[in-house]
Write a protein that binds this ligand. Sequence first.
Ligand SMILES: Cc1cc2nc3c(=O)[nH]c(=O)nc-3n(C[C@H](O)[C@H](O)[C@H](O)COP(=O)(O)OP(=O)(O)OC[C@H]3O[C@@H](n4cnc5c(N)ncnc54)[C@H](O)[C@@H]3O)c2cc1C
Length: 285
Amino acid sequence: MKIYDVIIIGSGPAGISAALYSFRAGLETLIISAGVGALAKAEKIENYYGTGKPMTGAELHASGEKQAMDLGIEIVRGQVVSVEYMGSFTVSTPSSSFSSKALIIATGTSRKTPKIKGITEFEGKGVSYCAVCDAFFYRKKSVAVIGEGEYALKEALELSHVTDDVTILTDGMEPKADMSRFKVITDKISEICGDESVSSVSFESGNKIDVKGVFVALGVAGSTDMARKIGAVIKDGKIAVNENLATSVPGLFAAGDCTGGILQVYKAVSDGALAAKSAISFVRK
Ligand SMILES: Cc1cc2nc3c(=O)[nH]c(=O)nc-3n(C[C@H](O)[C@H](O)[C@H](O)COP(=O)(O)OP(=O)(O)OC[C@H]3O[C@@H](n4cnc5c(N)ncnc54)[C@H](O)[C@@H]3O)c2cc1C
């Protein structure tokens, strides 16, 4: 498998800015992106340098991607569902895997915790956000994964290595991936129940299933999900970085909204450049 110098997850302001610096420094650079991030919701951007007349977030995003592609930077379209670190990084989408010496996570703000009764109360007591990290604790036990897409499917597959009893709960959503290998319940969840730890999940339909673990994997894998899986420190729901945007894992950097602070384009662009400079030094060493 080809080993890139740096893979950047995300093509928002932070990811594109990082790619411009790493590519122009001669690093073999790959961007993997699931599409427009926060900018999709921005109707008008008029506080960013050089944009002239106000533009929509979607226009700014398209212009950023075009700038990168015009330079020759490779962008793979896809949702990253898994990141592994074994001295180098392996980043997987549902259809392919890619390797790199350094990795920059620029995936925007982390996903929301679903508003399900009991979910925060049982965090660490049966509710988990990382199958790779916690599957071992649920060997031969009944577990559920909350989610509807490829990310939930990936977490269910990870759990299937330790238990035969994995149920996917879509919480009222239509499945967006082929989940035929697993039991799937599409009912809306009403509560995660238990005493000291999780013992069951109840549904608005009145049904109930007994489970010892509930893994949350809604939508797309969020930045903190990815970083946590490879052992990086998470603080207050964001990826913890030092002044050079390095995480606690060698070669792993983070940039933009996923590191917290001011959630604005200027900060994401600045972070991207700095994270790339740090990744360049790391790779050259
Ligand atoms: C409604 C709204 C209005 C705003 N208005 C302004 C404004 O006027 N001015 C301003 O400066 N800022 C504004 N912002 C904030 C600005 O949009 C963000 O600060 C900025 O986009 C953050 O850039 P980022 O690169 O960190 O993340 P994002 O722009 O969110 O980009 C994240 C990237 O990661 C990708 N990604 C995420 N998960 C995965 C995955 N699992 N696999 C592959 N790719 C993935 C996404 O597809 C996307 O490409 C606004 C935000 C919102 C929501």
